[in-house]
Design a protein around this ligand. Structure first.
Ligand code: 6R9
Length: 656
């Protein structure tokens, strides 16, 4: 990864082509500036116009933004709406036969689902949920493979006003249990197995294990979608319901439940700086509006587009830019079940050619690994259908950016580097591709209507080139509304007292360059970004500490060529510090333990055993030193307050 120095030297600017600019929804800097001016002059009016134009309402709103009880903001409060109606029903008149989803399975087989079919399947499943007693406000956990059915499950919840909480299929039974318990879910929707890269994962058994761990008494039923022909290990006739049996006699129409704008659409758990993941709670109307505005402006949506976002529905990107954004705007999109490297590293490029994809949205980590596995492979495919590329999830290093721009985009497709978060609901800082000139590695400028700034400790804006904290100074429609069940943590985390509770603190550091462009430098809290996935160091630490062998653990990140960041764990065992083969064996055991406690994505890349950890005399672990050691750097920090300086040398030599 490029460090700050090389990033600051980056001055290549790529203007949109005349053709792209002329046809773009927001054309040229005049277009961008006009929108920004409108948002500044009449902030609420700006969003209200968009809310009226881009969403279909059962009862139109008359109130725009309610700021009576900050930071609990409300948007379009007195309106009535249904998100699934906006994603399906409203398209039936003009594009019932348009393909909504081109589903490519792991094994390469392709299924096409039109808007009419999707509408009927969502309605049937929604009726199935109702028949099991699910009502407005109930929580439903979705633990599914990345398939059309996952989207149907989400849309069906939205249709009846149930609040879904999707848990990524890579999370372990323990992580799943924690989420089911925190949300007090009434129902779990899963599949017998998921299949990725040719390998099955027994999702249904993981659900059984999660429920067996206790604390999930709220769960009444588990719906099981049959993804493969393998039978689930156990079948509890009282609790388990096959998806296909549930829907077979259901009507294929289902009146949407009209909900208030602020009705929670979903909860999505994400990592923060404590051991406990946060249930990020989103609204219905404001959230959907954020996805629609950005589909239009950032992805410059055209009726003829074939759009493909490679995320999994288990993450926010899969929510906003698969399950809701593209369907809301009536796009044709590719949904891909598999992984980019199976059967080989040309899978993405082959699929772009096959489906004539126009808009391709992926993560820097995928780009970097595909460069490494076969930087020349794309040349064997016809990628000329592409017109726009996007990235999300982490900073992209200029080298990978240039490869993406030239090799994939043929130098003709703008790249939208989109900065946003689970909490922001939609893209926040990203170039509007027909307007803003792009620069490798920078997410450039806020989208119109998003009041982003970079400030110092006192809340004063920083000058060019100087690092600071990324904040948003005005509430926006798709913002997080609460942390499920923990309003206090919500206010404290995102609207800290340091800024009198007035600024949304994103948790990222950033700076402006000489063009006024924003560069994201990384997290300011104990959150790692491993392959674009957010992981709390505290979560991994508590998982390790729960192992009977472990006395104490500290986790830090270190730069990694492909993953962006790698997980390094420092571990003190209850017994002797292990060496040689013993150390290797225990390290392996601990990796498997973390995979079992959280999921494979959280496994430490490196484990270092010590007799103890570097601590101050007051007992605080000096993480800065641990980061330096992990990077193999000389320790420059002051170590005079260190209780046990000799430990540094031991840790330095102990990488496994
Ligand atoms: C959408 C998503 C959010 C964190 C965020 C930041 C990092 C996301 C980025 C980026 C640099 C970008 N991040 N997009 N950093 N450039 N374009 O990823 O949500 O999983 O909640 O992660 O990811 O650090 O704070 P989430």
């Amino acid at each position: 990864m490029s460090g700050i120095d090389s990033v600051l030297k980056e001055n290549r600017l790529f203007q949109p082509s005349d053709e792209f600019r002329t046809n773009a929804t927001v054309s040229g800097m005049e277009g961008y500036n006009a929108l920004c001016e409108k948002a500044t002059a009449d902030y609420e009016g700006f969003w209200a116009d968009l809310g009226r134009n881009l969403l279909s309402w059962k009862k139109p709103f008359t109130q725009i933004l309610n700021q009576d009880n900050p930071p609990f903001f409300k948007w379009f409060e007195d309106g009535l709406i249904n998100v699934s109606y906006n994603c399906l029903d409203r398209h039936l008149e003009s594009k019932a036969n348009k393909v909504a989803i081109i589903f490519e399975a792991d094994d390469g087989s392709v299924t096409r689902v039109t808007y009419r079919e999707l509408y009927h399947r969502v309605c049937q499943f929604a009726n199935g949920l109702k028949s099991l007693g699910v009502v407005k406000g109930d929580r439903v956990v979705i633990y599914m493979p990345h398939t059309v059915e996952a989207v149907i499950a989400m849309q069906a919840c939205a249709r009846i006003g149930a609040i879904h909480s999707v848990v990524f299929g890579g999370f372990s039974a323990g992580a799943l249990r924690d989420r089911i318990q925190d949300a007090a879910a009434k129902l779990v929707i899963t599949a017998n197995e998921s299949i990725r890269g040719g390998k099955p994962t027994p999702l249904k058994s993981m659900v059984d294990e999660a429920l067996g761990l206790g604390g999930c008494d709220s769960v009444e039923k588990v719906i099981v979608f049959q993804r493969t022909s393998n039978k689930p290990e156990h079948w509890n006739a009282e609790r388990n319901v096959w998806w296909h049996k549930l829907v077979q006699d259901q009507a294929d129409v289902c009146e949407p439940e009209w909900v208030e704008s602020e009705h929670p659409l979903f909860i999505l758990y994400t990592s923060g700086s404590t051991g406990k993941p946060k249930g990020v709670q989103h609204s219905s109307a404001g959230y959907l509006l954020g996805t629609q505005v950005t589909m239009k402006w950032v992805f410059d949506y055209k009726e003829t587009d074939v759009y493909w976002c490679t995320a999994d529905v288990g993450w926010i990107t899969g929510h906003s830019y698969i399950a809701y954004g593209p369907l809301g705007i009536g796009a044709t999109q590719v949904v891909f079940e598999g992984v980019p490297t199976y059967p080989d590293a040309s899978r993405f490029w082959q699929m772009i050619e096959k489906h004539e994809v126009t808009t391709f949205y992926t993560a820097p980590t995928a780009i970097r690994s595909l460069i490494k596995l076969g930087g020349d492979l794309p040349k064997q495919y016809d990628l000329s259908s592409l017109r726009l590329l996007g990235t999300v999830g982490e900073p992209i290093n200029p080298d990978a950016w240039m490869w993406y721009y030239e090799t994939i985009g043929g130098g003709r497709c703008p790249i939208v580097d989109t900065w946003w978060q689970t909490e922001t609901g939609c893209n926040m800082i990203a170039p509007l591709p027909g307007a803003v000139a792009i620069k490798p590695g920078s997410c450039t400028l806020p989208i119109p209507g998003i009041m982003a700034d970079i400030v110092d400790e006192s809340g004063a804006p920083v000058s060019t080139g100087k690092g600071g904290f990324l904040v948003i100074s005005k509430p926006w429609p798709s913002m997080v509304r609460n942390i499920w069940g923990d309003s206090e943590r919500f206010a404290k985390t995102y609207f800290p007292e340091d800024y009198n509770g007035k600024l949304y603190l994103a948790g990222d550091s950033a700076h402006y360059d000489e063009n006024g462009y924003i560069w994201i430098m990384g997290r300011i809290d104990d959150v790692l970004n491993v392959s674009g996935h957010r992981l709390g160091t505290m979560e991994i630490e508590s998982a390790l500490a729960a192992n009977p062998l472990v006395a104490e653990a500290a986790v830090v990140g270190k730069p990694h060529d492909i993953k962006g960041e790698a997980v390094v764990a420092y571990v003190v065992l209850k017994g002797q510090r292990p060496e040689g083969d013993d150390a290797k064996r225990i390290a392996k055991e601990l990796r498997e333990w973390v995979a079992h406690e959280i999921g494979k994505i959280a496994q430490p890349d490196e484990i270092r055993f010590g007799d103890n950890l570097p601590k101050t005399r007051s007992g605080k672990i000096m993480r800065r030193l641990l980061r330096d050691i992990a990077k193999g750097q000389e320790i420059t920090a002051d170590t005079s307050t260190l209780e046990n300086p000799a430990i540094l040398e031991q840790l330095r030599q102990s990488a496994i």
